[in-house]
Design a protein around this ligand. Structure first.
Ligand SMILES: [Zn+2]
Length: 340
């Protein structure tokens, strides 16, 4: 009843969220970078892993006493009803792409996608849902997991689903780099000839990587964000694969350690210690040259020319055009891609 008729089409919620995630959401996000830190980062693999680490000791093996919905926009499914999880014990927490899946007894799952402005908070049990930012609360004996979303865009979503098969339908299908070897990684990224930036951040290709960590990965690999995947040499594939795993591992570890101290309330676009992301004009930690940027759509890619593009700073405008043309802008374009 809340869900539009589109949501009843198989895979349509996934398609829609993918398009939102990759095109629409960027239209409003980059109007000057640093003024709105909270709103410009979609939680990526390390952030989601940190949330899961923080949630485990709080809700695992605990019953969901109640789910309270404050926003009519959050819940995207009708069956099973959200109340069907009430009283069931949490058995598992899982990351699916950029989603957090909470599995309860009876193979029912609460699946959250925070999109860009959604965040999680841990509050005392029964915490009031005040203000427009609060979307919902999941109440547990030890506290309440509160979901908020800045702005008025209503992109964060909750799916209540039954069974592994339904869960799998929410997975965009990108590879888990920690469960992949070099060949699997290369095959996935080479399936289409894309810029590295696009290939790394495409949820159908790689799981859990977005704008921030792809910048960090490409800097660590010393590769240009606009290099085409079909042009990579064997040595460059090795560097990229190693950099992808190392960067995600480093940040996952860092954020999980922080999450053990306190619940990760501050998931921001720019983290102290990042090499290039969000550091336009600042010195590269490897060579000291100023970090460059490519602006496209309403997003921004940061890189070091000295370390990544052979010292070449190409015209921002032409690069922007290339990155923009390398991205599906509409649902139709995405469907065309999926058919290929
Ligand atoms: Zn550099």
């Amino acid at each position: 009843m809340i869900c539009s008729s589109l949501c009843r089409v198989p895979f349509m919620p996934v398609l829609l969220s993918w398009v939102w995630e990759n095109s629409h959401s960027r239209r409003s996000s980059f109007r000057g970078l640093r003024h709105n830190l909270q709103a410009t980062l979609m939680p990526e693999l390390p952030d989601i892993a940190a949330y899961i680490s923080a949630l485990q000791p709080r809700i695992l093996e605990q019953p969901v006493t109640q789910v309270r919905l404050a926003s009519p926009f959050l819940l995207r499914t009708v069956q099973p009803p959200v109340a069907s999880v009430h009283g069931r014990v949490v058995r598992e927490l899982r990351r699916i792409g950029k989603r957090i899946a909470i599995g309860v007894e009876g193979d029912l799952w609460l699946v959250l996608h925070l999109m860009i402005a959604g965040r999680l908070h841990w509050r005392p049990t029964g915490a009031k849902l005040g203000g427009r930012k609060s979307l919902a609360a999941f109440d547990f004996p030890k506290g309440s997991l509160v979901i908020t979303e800045a702005g008025t865009s209503h992109r964060a979503s909750l799916h209540v689903i039954a069974g592994e098969q339904s869960l799998a339908s929410l997975d965009p299908g990108g590879i888990d780099v920690f469960a992949s070897d070099l060949n699997t990684f290369r095959d996935a990224l080479k399936a289409e000839n894309r810029t590295l930036k696009r290939a790394l951040t495409d949820p159908r290709i790689v799981s859990g990587v977005g704008n921030a960590y792809s910048d960090e990965i490409l800097h660590a690999a010393q590769l240009s964000p606009i290099k085409q995947t079909h042009k990579l040499e064997p040595g460059e594939w090795e560097r990229l694969f190693t950099a992808t795993r190392d960067t995600l591992q480093l940040w996952t570890h860092r954020l999980q350690v922080e999450a053990e101290q306190s619940f990760p309330e501050k998931v921001t676009a720019f983290r102290t210690g990042m090499a290039v992301h969000g550091r336009y004009g600042e010195p590269c930690p490897r060579c000291g040259q100023k970090i460059q940027r490519i602006r496209y759509a309403n997003n921004e890619t940061n890189y070091c020319a000295q370390c990544q593009t052979g010292g070449k700073v190409l015209a921002d405008r032409s690069l922007s055009r290339l990155l923009r043309s390398d991205w599906p802008r509409t649902l139709e374009e995405l469907e065309a891609l999926k058919r290929r």
